[in-house]
Design a protein. Structure first.
Length: 241
């Protein structure tokens, strides 16, 4: 599946390159369209965020200079605890992180205060990201083709979400987790992972696995787990009171 997707995106890049060389199509054929992105922004973000000259923090922080900006770094804006933790862990906004956040904010930052249901259409997200990029410092230096070449990459594959986890197997694997995460679910610096809906748990673990989430230890742990193991852990921890 992954190989096929890679091949598909390589073919698309090859086709786009050929088109440029032949002078046939504008280079933007396969990447986000900033004009269409402006419409997405106006409909879905503008009620809470400001952009451009004189932008102030409103319900959400202003979004100028977003690319390369550390999460939770705008002075005078009161971020959620989880967004602050993500910033401290090293979350920096780039196309990939924005793509994950806008798809499903809680997949990237569990307790984010941004209550937004997410944009499922990957093309709309690519357009939006192209639009936001224009309000960043030196947008011409920000690579755009790579992250948007395969716009579906950051949706968790429905086949992975469909795996039915075995809670007994999950319990067996959970010993490694509970050395840090309290089995009781107590939150002492390390977040609680008990009683989560299974799908949320899987989406978050996949976000560490794909390195969209910043925490290095959790990236390594999730990277070693197979999709079946993650499903088992999700099934087990959901049932822990
Ligand atoms: C209902 C209001 C609301 C809407 C709609 C909304 N946001 Fe937000 N946004 C917030 C809030 C509140 C925060 C602060 C989140 C936190 O502290 O956890 C935020 C944070 C962010 C951040 C993190 C900024 C930083 O400084 O780290 C980004 C990026 C962002 N939003 C992008 C968007 C985009 C793009 C859209 C449109 C698709 C959007 N938001 C729609 C309220 C909103
Ligand atoms: C060495 C300590 C350690 C171990 C072992 C560990 N974790 Fe974590 N985990 C953390 C820390 C610290 C965080 C907070 C990371 C962050 O800020 O993104 C975290 C975050 C998480 C989160 C996201 C929580 C949230 O509120 O966003 C999940 C889910 C999770 N871990 C699952 C697991 C599972 C499943 C295992 C076992 C396979 C495991 N962890 C093993 C330290 C650990």
């Amino acid at each position: 599946m992954k190989m096929l997707r890679n091949l598909k995106s390589r073919l698309r890049i090859a086709a786009a390159t050929a088109a440029i060389l032949l002078g046939l199509a504008p280079a933007s054929a396969q990447i986000g369209d900033a004009d269409r992105g402006a419409e997405v922004y106006n409909k879905q973000c503008k009620s809470c965020h400001m952009l451009g000259e004189d932008a102030r923090n409103r319900v959400g922080p202003h979004l100028n200079g977003l690319f390369g900006r550390k999460a939770a770094s705008i002075e005078g804006y009161r971020y959620s605890k989880d967004m602050q933790r993500a910033g401290a862990d090293g979350l920096v906004w780039q196309a990939e992180q924005l793509d994950v956040y806008v798809t499903k904010p809680q997949a990237l930052v569990t307790g984010t205060r941004m209550s937004f249901r997410g944009i499922k259409d990957s093309e709309k997200r690519a357009d939006l990201i192209a639009f936001l990029r224009a309000y960043s410092d030196s947008p011409q230096d920000i690579p755009e083709a790579a992250p948007t070449a395969d716009p579906t990459e950051h949706d968790v594959d429905p086949a992975i979400l469909a795996i039915v986890g075995d809670p007994e197997y999950g319990e067996y694997l959970s010993g490694e987790c509970t050395t840090c995460h309290q089995a009781s679910g107590a939150d002492q610096g390390i977040p609680s992972i008990t009683g989560w809906p299974q799908e949320d748990f899987v989406v978050v673990m996949q976000a560490y696995k794909s390195k969209a989430r910043p925490h290095p230890v959790m990236r390594m742990i999730a990277g070693r787990l197979s999709d079946e193991e993650i499903a088992g852990l999700a099934a087990y921890f959901e049932g822990v009171e």
